[in-house]
Design a protein around this ligand. Structure first.
Ligand code: NBG
Length: 807
């Protein structure tokens, strides 16, 4: 095609944003893309047609952004993450384009409802929780801050399971998110990368050559990520596995048709399903295959992009910053080394210098069971060449340690990339740390504990390598989109600059003293609560305090501590105490399918809800509502409605939390421990506007070291609560159902639920008292929002730029 012809044709492609043009385009999509007409078109057809019309309006920007990456004009961030929880896209894309009024107008003209189509969209659940959502917030901020970035990941055919509740139990259902089509993604047919598995390594004239015995192709699907208030549009590039050869011809010829397609099925299984973050990562070959597959595709792709732009691999660190989102992509280290040495012919030292300058690692957990290690035999079988490379990295690394700490054999053993405790394993966090030029935790406390505990030896060796970037959340989705009423009020008061510069919320501070403003603020909250109550079928009174805990169900997050408080309130009511503050306790979250204790906690929440419902006095004052199938979409409904945010993990265990920030930014007050980013939230909003309780991380450690046993906690209300559970009060008389839970709390209590019980319950009394002074509560709510600007993911990304990426 000639450039002249192209430009001339492009001239006619101008898409206008007035309602009439949008309506015309929508109908054209219905007709030309979907082959539907008025009368037979379903809601899904209308949704798809609108999505296509919106996507077209993103294309100009998108093509532009892709060109900037190709032309190597600035350093591009290659964000490597096994999870992206991006949420529904229609609303946020319309928001980024700034055409909501026009789209609403267009739909009105067609007799359709925008809200209904937004509600119709099924979100891609390509992540488990905070980690995946963080990646999505960062993609949003990168685009909004006009930074060139590609988010690399996996296109799971089935994302995180759908949670249903049957008789109070969690039941998992396959998440078939693609079954009605995905209008946002574009498959790139011209790009395909080969990824090898297993086989052997041969040496030719001193050079290693890996001969894999299985090849899987990676094909990319791109999803645009539009910046807000800028034309920058980056993209997510998610890899899907496709068989290298659709048929094994030999097998086909002997008539074994089933065997002919066997290889295809096996290859494509690779990206079938997201791992739902179960207790232990060991023994999961498919997971290791997924991790290698996505890392290899992504690095091959990044190098390809660089070369299209005319650069050589030696320039890689100038043009690319590779960020490892936890250790799931840590195989990027040996894979980049392999590509540079075996494929591009560099020496070890050259390759190592490039890798070290390009790669940085973010740690997201201190929990030992969540730190990835791979059994050596499995690793060697699947990735023989990579294991050689890791051995060589380890040999050189241990030499460095030996030079700095001569004669310290224990230290060498502790730091080795190959763990020797029991069976030998590859330690992925150590591998990532050794290769990276920067390692960060995700909140001040977490980064400190990382340096002092899990990575202590490494921090002693390379103190300058360690840094902190406190997590953040995007105000576009979690305030502007999720909470239009509050956003309107804020914008009316201080203008709309806060959406791109969240520190401007500070200007709300004086308004906390303004009676009229406070009243309007309280009205917005009530309206949001009413909307949630209606959505949930009117199961609670919006005037009651809405107390919410929404996150994955995990013992360290202590949903059971929350439930013990609810039981205590229930018990007090039954014993005739006058409860002055009515509460609705909203719980939401998924339990990993193999995590029995977590599933039992969900069952207990339902048992308590039923017991309260059955008691006429209790149900006047207390309500427990479990909202099933927590997702980004559900979260967007709950945050705006919450009065109280439960952030009650055992201190030292929650790396950061990001739900805590989302609740705060929507005007909820927090009851929380000094854990993760709670510490910084409390510092920011002020201690008098935050309900603090419980042991500190240091106290938790000391208590455990001193030999903690829950038996030593003497709390009458706690004993009563546990007795009620054990007696079958919440299980229709069944004394066995919750026995494991009660036993664990009485005999082990690894998360110190019993030890923190009294402090928690007393703190809840302070919450109740505060709630009874509505004016003061509202004032605190406003000040929480006004002072939480630093929890924008824009600030986090600026920190990454400054401390890690050197853009
Ligand atoms: C999670 C932490 C959260 C944190 C998110 C995002 C993992 C491994 N870690 O506290 O538990 O907010 O990461 O950093 O999912």
């Amino acid at each position: 095609m000639t450039e002249r012809g192209y430009i001339a044709a492009m001239d006619h492609l101008e898409l206008r944003d007035d309602p009439e043009s949008i309506a015309r385009d929508l109908v054209a999509k219905l007709h030309f893309e979907l082959a539907k007409f008025e009368g037979v078109a379903t809601t899904n057809d209308h949704f798809l047609a609108l999505a296509y019309a919106v996507r077209d309006r993103m294309m100009n920007r998108w093509v532009h952004g892709a060109r900037a990456v190709l032309e190597n004009k600035q350093r591009t961030i290659a964000y490597l993450s096994a999870e992206y929880l991006i949420g529904p896209q229609l609303g946020s894309n319309v928001q980024a384009l700034g055409i909501e009024d026009e789209v609403r107008g267009a739909l009105r003209g067609l007799g359709l409802s925008y809200d209904e189509l937004v509600e119709h969209e099924e979100e891609p659940g390509l992540g488990n929780g905070g980690l995946g959502r963080l990646a999505a917030c960062y993609m949003d901020s990168l685009a909004t801050l006009d930074i060139s970035a590609v988010g690399y990941g996996l296109r799971y055919e089935f994302g995180i399971f759908d949670q249903q509740i049957r008789d109070g139990w969690q039941v998992e259902r396959t998440d078939r998110w693609l079954r009605k089509g995905n209008p946002w993604e574009i498959r790139r047919y011209e790009i395909e990368h080969e990824v090898g598995f297993a086989g052997r390594v041969e040496w030719h004239e001193g050079a290693p050559k890996w001969i894999p015995d299985r090849i899987v192709n990676g094909v990319p699907y791109d999803t645009p990520v539009a910046g807000y208030g800028t034309t920058r549009t980056n993209f997510l590039r998610l890899w899907s596995a496709s068989a290298a050869e659709d048929f094994d011809l030999d097998a086909f010829q002997v008539g074994e048709y089933w065997r002919a397609v066997d290889a295809k099925i096996r290859s494509e299984n690779l990206t079938k399903v997201l791992y739902p973050n179960d207790s232990s990562p060991a023994g999961k070959q498919l997971r290791l295959e997924q991790e290698y597959f996505f890392v290899s595709c992504s690095l091959q792709d990044a190098i390809r992009l660089l070369q299209i732009g005319g650069a050589s691999v030696r320039e890689l660190p100038e043009l690319l910053a590779i960020q490892l989102n936890d250790t799931h992509p840590a195989l990027a280290v040996p894979e980049l080394m392999r590509l540079l040495i075996d494929v591009h012919g560099l020496t070890w030292d050259e390759a190592w210098a490039i890798t070290h300058r390009a790669v940085a690692y973010t740690n997201h957990t201190l929990l030992p069971e969540a730190l990835e290690t791979w059994p050596l035999p499995l690793f060697e079988h699947l990735l023989p060449r990579h294991l050689q490379i890791i051995f060589e990295i380890n040999r050189r690394f241990l030499d460095e340690v030996r030079a700095k700490f001569p004669g310290d054999a224990a230290r060498l053993r502790r730091m080795s990339l190959i763990g020797e405790d029991g069976d030998r394993q590859v330690r992925m966090a150590y591998l990532a740390t050794v290769a990276s030029h920067r390692v960060n935790g995700v909140a001040e406390l977490h980064s400190r504990l990382l340096r002092e505990t899990v990575l202590r030896d490494f921090a002693e060796l390379w103190p300058e390598r360690f840094t902190n970037v406190t997590n953040g959340v995007t105000p576009r989705r979690f305030v502007a989109l999720a909470n239009p009423k509050l956003s309107e009020l804020v914008t009316e008061a201080i203008g709309d600059g806060w959406i791109r510069n969240l520190d401007q919320l500070r200007e709300l501070e004086p308004l906390a003293e303004d009676r009229a403003f406070c009243e309007r603020w309280a009205k917005v909250k009530l309206a949001n609560k009413t909307a949630l109550a209606t959505h949930l079928g009117g199961r609670f009174d919006p005037a009651a305090m809405l107390d919410a805990q929404c996150k994955r169900i995990h013992e360290y997050k202590r949903q059971h501590l929350n439930l013990l408080h609810v039981i205590t309130l229930f018990d007090r009511i039954r014993r005739g105490e006058q409860l002055a503050t009515p509460r609705t306790i909203v719980l939401a979250g998924k339990a990993a399918p193999a995590y029995r204790a977590a599933k039992l906690i969900i069952r207990l929440a339902h048992g308590i809800a039923d017991a309260i419902d059955a008691d006429p006095r209790a149900r006047e004052l207390l309500r427990v509502v479990f909202v099933p199938d927590f997702s980004v979409k559900v979260a967007q409904r709950i945050y705006p409605a919450a009065d109280l945010s439960e952030q009650i993990s055992t201190a030292g265990m929650e790396a950061s939390g990001t739900g805590n920030m989302k609740f705060t930014l929507n005007g909820a007050l927090t009851i929380g421990t000094l854990d993760g980013a709670n510490v910084e939230i409390r510092d920011a909003v002020g201690g008098e506007h935050f309900f603090l309780f419980g042991m500190t991380a240091e106290e938790v450690l000391a208590r455990k070291r001193a030999g903690y046993h829950p038996r030593d906690v003497h709390e009458a209300e706690l004993s009563r609560a546990l007795d009620l559970i054990a007696a079958g009060t919440f299980s229709g008389g069944d004394r066995d159902m919750f026995a494991p839970l009660v036993w664990d709390l009485r005999e082990r209590d690894p998360f110190l639920v019993c030890a923190d019980f009294r402090a928690y319950v007393d703190c809840q009394r302070r919450v109740d008292a505060a709630w009874r002074v509505p004016a003061a509560w509202t004032r605190s709510s406003i000040l929480n929002v006004a002072r939480a600007g630093r929890f924008s993911s824009d600030r986090s990304i600026r920190d990454y730029v400054r401390l890690i990426w050197n853009l």
